[in-house]
Design a protein around this ligand. Structure first.
Ligand SMILES: Cc1cc2nc3c(=O)[nH]c(=O)nc-3n(C[C@H](O)[C@H](O)[C@H](O)COP(=O)(O)O)c2cc1C
Length: 260
């Protein structure tokens, strides 16, 4: 596509789930975090927690970052200016999630360019209360996502993506033909099957209810995987609203009194 080294680095990135023992030094970590900070921001509504506890970190990774949406620091600064935050928490979270995500992805690319690998872990919001205790987080700090990082002990090929025509729509959003949908599904499924991705990771999501299992690792691809995720998990927002409320973020009027 292009031999631009930055784009090549981005196109070659893949999630890494096996790490060497060697721990990245502070001299390596600092520029990665600075590159993360230099991402565009709405209001720098984030904080970054770091654990170097290899024994406990997922995949035995030397570094575990927990990326938090942080309104606490903003509120401290506003108080110094004699202001109080009145913006509703849904708006604040929306911008905080964007700030934190952009920062985290900048870190991923910076790490990749220095020969490190990484992998996001999406479970943090559901374990927010636990993480709050572990890192002694004040109210108005919410653990959004975790990111393990270290020197890769594997080199899998980059994973497939939708064809660009299923992503980029100029001037008008299309009405999808059967052919377009099927092409997108085939590219994703065949791409993952060609890598034996789900068998290697033993990633098959079990079926709940009375659906009969008809898939083996020979035909279990990405579209079945994401259908099982979003067709079975977290039907109610209640658990997540509770975790937000425990951290002092109140999204609905009903949860106003939770966690106080
Ligand atoms: C928000 C988010 C949450 C994720 N959570 C997990 C996770 O819990 N466990 C895991 O092994 N990978 C997780 N991943 C990594 C994705 O599985 C991975 O990015 C995706 O399959 C595409 O593969 P690639 O990163 O190798 O291109 C997560 C990625 C994101 C962005």
């Amino acid at each position: 596509m292009t031999d631009n080294p930055i784009i090549q680095t981005m196109l070659n990135r893949k999630s890494i789930r096996h790490y060497k023992q060697e721990s990245p030094t502070d001299e390596v970590i600092a520029p990665i975090v600075r590159a993360g900070q230099q991402a565009p921001f709405a209001s720098q509504l984030y904080s970054l927690l770091l654990s170097r506890d290899k024994e406990r970190n997922p995949f035995g990774a030397p570094l575990l970052f927990t990326i938090c949406v942080d309104s606490h620091k903003l509120e401290l600064i506003m108080a110094k200016r004699n202001w109080q935050l009145v913006t509703n928490d849904l708006s604040l979270l929306l911008f905080g999630i964007q700030d934190a995500s952009l920062m985290a992805e900048n870190m991923v690319i910076a790490a990749e360019s220095l020969g490190l690998g990484s992998c996001f872990l999406g479970g943090a919001p559901y374990r927010a209360e636990e993480i709050v205790k572990e890192y002694k987080l004040p109210k108005r700090v919410f653990p959004l996502v975790q990111l393990v990082m270290g020197y890769p002990a594997e080199n899998p090929p980059p994973r497939p993506r939708y064809p660009m025509e299923f992503v980029l729509f100029e001037d008008e959003y299309p009405e999808f033909s059967e052919e377009m949908i099927s092409k997108a599904m085939t590219e994703m499924d065949e791409g993952y099957l060609a890598q034996d991705y789900y068998r290697k990771g033993n990633f098959k999501i079990p079926l709940q209810g009375d659906r009969e299992e008809t898939f083996t690792f020979d035909n279990y691809g990405w579209t079945e995987h994401i259908s099982r995720k979003w067709g079975q998990w977290h039907a109610s927002p209640k658990d997540l609203l509770k975790q937000f409320a425990k951290c002092g973020f109140h999204i609905t009027e009903v949860d106003q009194n939770e966690g106080k």
